[in-house]
Ligand binder design. Structure first.
Ligand code: NAP
Length: 284
């Protein structure tokens, strides 16, 4: 634990619920390793107190922080500006200061790409991606993939209006997008032809670990990389089934780490100690 004194710089994460967050463990370990005089705290913010919470950040000289469910979209009107990527995604996960302006960024998508690059250097040769789900995480992943130039993206979701909303954003960036529902008979052929399949739904997340997205797993092969944004459990049923088909697999821990590394850079140009942060996440 870092020594806390009158000069300690404060960072916060705002959310509701917040008890499950790994962010304080990850960032406080990083501050300790850097001998940076900072502390990172989780703040449980009642849903109707977001405006006051942001005022608090401004009034108390909080140096930066993060935002999680349910405030990632709702916080935007209270900020002085957001990055272009956050605008496209429509959500913010990082708060930082640009001189006197309290800004919002979204490091989830780029964090996902960096994790992909780290474990899978050939990832950017991918010709297309299948995104399972169309919620907030799917938007971050989809926008980053589209910005990175992946030409064809398939979005599989129950709520087709939500999928259409995501498709419009991705098309505006230049990707070709097709929307499918889970029972579409074309899904098998599409998956077999598309080397990157990403689960962005919460299906299989602890404690409901015995469920997985309903896709034709037999379409997966050694030519695929299957990615799950879930990191608890480390190997979801989706990843187990993909592994049984011979796929390479990746869970969400790398994305969590990389979005944190990017956030630290925005706060104070801090060079994040990646290995220490990864070790702390693994430990938790
Ligand atoms: P979200 O906005 O609520 O979106 C959830 C998506 O999953 C929606 O598209 C929803 O479909 C779909 N879905 C939910 N239950 C389903 C079911 N029973 N059958 C089929 N589809 C279902 O959630 P989110 O913020 O995107 O988070 C999604 C997951 O990503 C969570 O597990 C979260 O922990 C993980 N995540 C990980 C990281 C990381 O750093 N690794 C970062 C962010 C999120 P409908 O639209 O049809 O309802």
């Amino acid at each position: 634990m870092n020594t806390i004194n009158g000069s300690t710089k404060n960072f916060v994460i705002l959310g509701q619920p917040i008890e499950h967050t790994l962010s304080p463990a990850m960032y406080n370990a990083a501050f300790g390793a850097l001998q940076y005089n900072g502390v990172y705290l989780a703040c449980l913010v009642p849903e109707d107190k977001l405006a006051e919470a942001v005022q608090g950040i401004r009034a108390l000289g909080i140096r930066g922080g993060n935002v999680t469910i349910p405030f990632k979209e709702k916080i935007i009107p209270y900020l002085d500006g957001i990055t272009e990527e956050a605008r496209l995604i429509g959500a913010v996960n990082t708060l930082y200061w640009e001189e006197e302006r309290l800004m919002g960024a979204n490091t989830d998508g780029l964090g996902f790409l960096k994790a992909l690059q780290g474990t899978e250097p050939a990832a950017f040769d991918f010709s297309g991606a299948v995104i399972l789900g169309a919620g907030g995480a799917a938007k971050a992943v989809g926008v980053s993939l589209a910005l990175s130039g992946i030409p064809k993206i398939y979005v599989v979701n129950r709520d087709l209006a939500k999928a259409e909303g995501l498709a419009r954003i991705l098309r505006s960036i230049g990707s070709r997008v097709q929307i499918l529902n889970w029972s579409n008979p074309e899904l098998k052929g599409i998956i077999s032809q598309t080397p990157l399949v990403i689960n962005t739904t919460p299906l299989g997340m602890d404690p409901k670990i015995d469920v997985c997205p309903a896709i034709p797993y037999e379409a997966l092969s050694v030519d695929h990389l299957a990615v799950d944004l879930i990191y608890k459990p480390a190997e979801t049923l989706f990843l187990q089934k993909a592994k049984n088909q011979g796929c390479r697999i990746m869970n969400g821990l790398g994305m969590l780490l990389e979005q944190g590394v990017l956030s630290m850079d925005l706060w104070a140009g801090l060079e994040a100690p990646r290995a220490v942060m990864a070790q702390e996440l693994e430990r938790w």
